[in-house]
Design a protein around this ligand. Structure first.
Ligand code: ARG
Ligand code: ZN
Length: 894
């Protein structure tokens, strides 16, 4: 059944308090749920319908007495309830089976420890409830369990009392001082240990911070704790939002569907985003931990204190919280260059993954209008595009204006469940003179219209009048359920600068006003033009700086203009973007070229990049001032999936071979520079996961990759890489060296993989890397799929464990286009088999894997038909989950 946004109605009952008593047992956990319920006087009288799933119902009491009830499609329906506005007591006794819960939604067991995941609709798998975010209640939780097996008993809020019971059992009673929706409920019980830290906030209040992990993992929690302390300090300093709890806990589990979960006071995390030390985690892991710890912590205000009225508003909390975690990471990174690097990384995800989603069968607005399974809508559109929509508001009202808007948002809505509209309205009301307030209704289209708009730009220089007129026009393609002609103009902030022939920034004059060297134009109609005065020579426009809006830019840059931007633009983002455009254009032309149309260069794939581009990239690589991290980004070619998005007909093998040819050309042409870069950055001293050193390791890693690639046959660099796999003192250098061997298909790769395995086989997160490296290996004579299939039988492979499934199965299907898109369709058959296998275990995971073939319609023959057949085979399965059914039905255009 389809849920529609416009069908929203307020709940007919409110639940004011909840007392939960758990007798935790893996096979059969007993749950006694005592609620105070009252009718919502604003809604016509009707039966109470409580959500439930996979529960065994034993007893229902109303005000202490038995009552009639019925079960209707999972819901518990109560018709004979007390009339009138007074609260009544509703008591429900159920049992569930955590050990059998392989979906990892609700209450489940992982490594002999109990965990919960309730967002979005997992609480109904624990007890019957009004499992919707606008029902906010006060929770008291009593946990009882065997003390030897489950010495630690945690839930939200404050520990009220604890003690021993008969038969070796014990108990703990928790009370959460804040009202919350059911999706924020959590409990944890098991053998865990904590790193603890006491902090005093600016207001003088004391707080206890804890990071709970399995014994043995404690030495890997320092970075997570430090990240949490930074996050707390940052939210207070930047937004005046303090920690509102005496105790704040993070718990790590190795079985988790997503990254982490912001349960009030008791965040539950995938171990991947908690555990790190230099021997097991890469720089990217350290950065992700900081960002995810921040993200979940920031939800305490944006999500928990103010939550979503219904799940269509999911981006209200997710888009805003991603924006906040991005800003946190940038502020922590420090230098302007490190901020730009973070922005480039974020934009890369947005453009490769979100733009693709927005152009495919699962495209949906930031505030969707309908869904079948809400878990399918925890998407890059809700998260990353949602964050861009908040970022545009930030740009339109300014940093201080944004802080004012946040303040007003909390004044108006603290403690409530609200909508995306409520957020923008507060932003606009706090900034009445801003372009956001001026164009508010049009701006809101970012929430309702799906698809990535294109801004078509053209510039005319008039030497006589000394003017430069820039015309911007916008368009947006059709998306499922929304025709192109029905779409109305978006409000698009276009931040720009103009460069003169020497690459110097020109002062900008608009309507006689000096606006500095950088300015944001607000395109809010289909087409608008701006005339800059006092321009004496043909300028080079630097458009959409820092990606000031989540749009595609269509401007006919000449090669000379792009080279100017790459060499001189003051905006680091657009310098990187110029390099991307230069190589992207060459790649797409070469891919499209047929035997007849191919230029001389295109016929000789060893020389696709013109000398001018190679020289420009060499200058970047040798540049004495640029940061290593930035060089690494500029010298990395656009990914195969990003290239594929630019094409109407996708031949994955052709894209792969063209990109590989370009990579090889860069490896050979810049060999001396790669060697110099490697030697300058290979040793970064005592390990610190901070941006400057991390950038140097990243560049050394790319250089080593290129050197191994260039050296094919000659084993010197492969030998050095092998030695580095053995000797490196940190996981970043070690993994990069191993990757260099694997990616260059070196004869030493398999020995290095064995060595790595023997050394680190007892570290689950490192094993994930080991599986992933092999799943992403180059497909030498069709070797990857057989290797992946062999790894499925490896004693360390467990399909049930999401991290392990992602590292092998998802990496192969999503991150190895050359190995996955096979002429014999065996990759697609493998995909279908695993979507079905996972669906029987964990539908959320299965639906995520199902999306690997989202873009099948764009594939060239014979891939297209083979992919369609594989999707149709999945769709034909009779007892498919709603999760997978929705994804494949949409893929097939049903
Ligand atoms: N709210 C969590 C976060 O963004 C994500 C949890 C989603 N879980 C799910 N099963 N859909 O951090
Ligand atoms: Zn979130």
């Amino acid at each position: 059944t389809v849920v529609q946004r416009l069908d929203y109605t307020a709940p007919a009952f409110w639940i004011e308090t909840v007392e939960l008593a758990f007798d935790l047992d893996p096979a059969k956990t007993r749950v006694l749920n005592k609620m105070q319920v009252r009718r919502n006087p604003e809604v016509p009288a009707q039966p109470l319908r409580l959500d439930g799933e996979d529960l065994n119902l034993a007893r229902v009491l109303v005000n202490g007495s038995g009552t009639s009830f019925k079960l209707d499609g999972g819901q518990l329906v109560l018709e004979n309830l007390p009339e009138g506005p007074e609260p009544f007591a509703l008591e429900i006794f159920t049992t569930c089976a955590p050990l059998k819960n392989t979906q990892l939604s609700g209450l489940y067991v992982s490594q002999e420890t109990f965990f919960t995941q309730c967002e979005a609709q997992g609480f109904r798998r624990i007890t019957y409830f009004l499992d919707r975010p606008d029902v906010m209640a006060s929770y008291s939780v009593l946990l009882r369990a065997d003390k030897a097996h489950y010495p630690v008993l945690l839930s939200n809020g404050n520990l009220v009392e604890s003690g021993d019971l008969d038969d070796g059992r014990h108990f703990a009673r928790w009370h959460d001082p804040h009202k919350k929706p059911s999706y924020l409920f959590a409990l944890v019980a098991g053998k865990l240990v904590a790193r603890e830290q006491k902090i005093t906030s600016r207001t003088g209040k004391e707080h206890l911070l804890q990071v709970w992990v399995r014994p043995g993992d404690l030495e890997k929690t320092e970075h997570a704790m430090r990240s949490l302390m930074h996050a707390i300090a940052w939210d207070e300093a930047r937004f005046g939002l303090p920690l509102d709890l005496e105790r704040f806990m993070i718990v790590a589990t190795s079985d988790f569907n997503m990254g982490a979960m912001e349960n009030k006071g008791l965040n539950i995390f995938n171990t991947k985003y908690v555990l790190a030390n230099q021997a097991t985690a890469t720089d990217a892991d350290f950065a992700n931990i900081e960002s995810v710890v921040g993200h979940e912590y920031f939800h305490n205000w944006t999500g928990n204190r103010i939550t979503c009225r219904d799940w269509f508003q999911l981006s209200l909390k997710e888009g805003l919280t991603v924006f906040r975690d991005q800003e946190f990471s940038m502020d922590m990174a420090g230098s302007a260059s490190a901020r730009a690097v973070k922005r480039i990384e974020d934009v890369r995800v947005l453009r490769t993954v979100q733009f693709a989603e927005d152009a495919g069968p699962m495209a949906h607005p930031v505030r969707p209008d309908s869904y079948v399974e809400i878990n399918n809508f925890y998407t890059v559109t809700i998260y990353e595009k949602g964050a861009e929509v908040v970022r545009m508001q930030h740009n339109l009202v300014g940093k201080d204006g944004f802080a004012q808007g946040m303040k007003l948002y909390f004044e108006r809505f603290d403690g409530q469940a609200v909508t995306c509209d409520d957020f923008v309205q507060a932003m606009a009301d706090a900034n009445p003179a801003s372009p956001l307030a001026q164009h508010l209704d049009a701006f809101k289209r970012w929430y309702s219209q799906a698809g990535t708009p294109t801004v078509h730009a053209s510039g005319v220089f008039d030497a006589q009048a000394q003017t430069y007129t820039l015309t911007l026009r916008q368009s947006c393609p059709a998306t499922p359920g929304q025709s192109a002609s029905a779409k109305q103009p978006f409000v698009i902030p276009v931040t720009l600068g103009l460069l003169d022939g020497q690459g110097k920034a020109l002062p900008l004059q608009l309507q006689g006003l000096n606006v500095g060297t950088e300015h944001t134009l607000v395109l809010h109609q289909e087409e608008q033009a701006w005339t800059f005065t006092g321009i004496t020579s043909q300028p080079t426009p630097s458009l959409l700086r820092s990606l000031s809006a989540p749009v595609l830019l269509d401007y006919p840059f000449t090669e000379a203009e792009l080279l100017t931007l790459l060499a001189h633009d003051s905006d680091a983002f657009n310098r990187w973007e110029a390099a991307q455009r230069l190589s992207l254009r060459i790649a797409t032309n070469a891919i499209a070229a047929t035997a007849e149309t191919a230029t001389e260069k295109e016929q000789n794939p060893a020389n696709l990049l013109p000398q001018s581009v190679v020289d420009a990239l060499r200058l970047v690589l040798e540049h004495p001032q640029l940061d290593a991290a930035f060089k690494e980004l500029v010298l990395t070619l656009p990914s195969e999936s990003y290239i594929a998005e630019q094409l109407d007909s996708v031949d994955p093998q052709r894209i792969h071979s063209v990109r590989e040819a370009m990579r090889r050309q860069l490896a050979l042409a810049l060999q001396p520079q790669w060697q110099a870069a490697y030697e300058a950055h290979a040793h970064t001293g005592a390990y610190q996961p901070e941006p400057i050193a991390a950038g140097r390791r990243a560049l050394a890693g790319l250089a080593l990759n290129m050197l191994c690639l260039a050296a094919q046959g000659d084993g010197v660099w492969a030998g050095k890489a092998y030695q580095r796999v053995k000797d490196a003192g940190n996981m970043t250098d070690k993994a990069n060296a191993l990757q260099a061997l694997v990616q260059s298909a070196s004869p030493l790769a398999s020995n290095a993989l064995d060595y790595f395995y023997r050394q680190l086989r007892h570290e689950p997160l490192v094993l994930d890397k080991w599986f992933a490296l092999q799943a992403a290996a180059p497909d030498v004579q069709g070797s990857v799929l057989p290797a992946v299939k062999a790894l499925l039988k490896h004693p360390d492979f467990v399909l049930k464990n999401p991290n392990r499934a992602r590292s092998l199965v998802f990496t192969y299907c999503n991150a190895n286009p050359g190995g996955f898109h096979r002429l014999d369709a065996a990759g697609y058959i493998f995909w279908a088999d695993h979507v079905l296998a996972l669906d029987a275990i964990n539908p959320q995971m299965a639906a995520r894997l199902a999306r690997a073939l989202d873009r099948w319609q764009k594939l060239a023959p014979p891939y297209r038909e083979a992919a369609r057949e594989a999707i149709a085979r999945v769709a034909a399965k009779a007892d498919l989950s709603n999760d997978v059914r929705e994804v494949v039905a949409r893929a097939l255009g049903e």
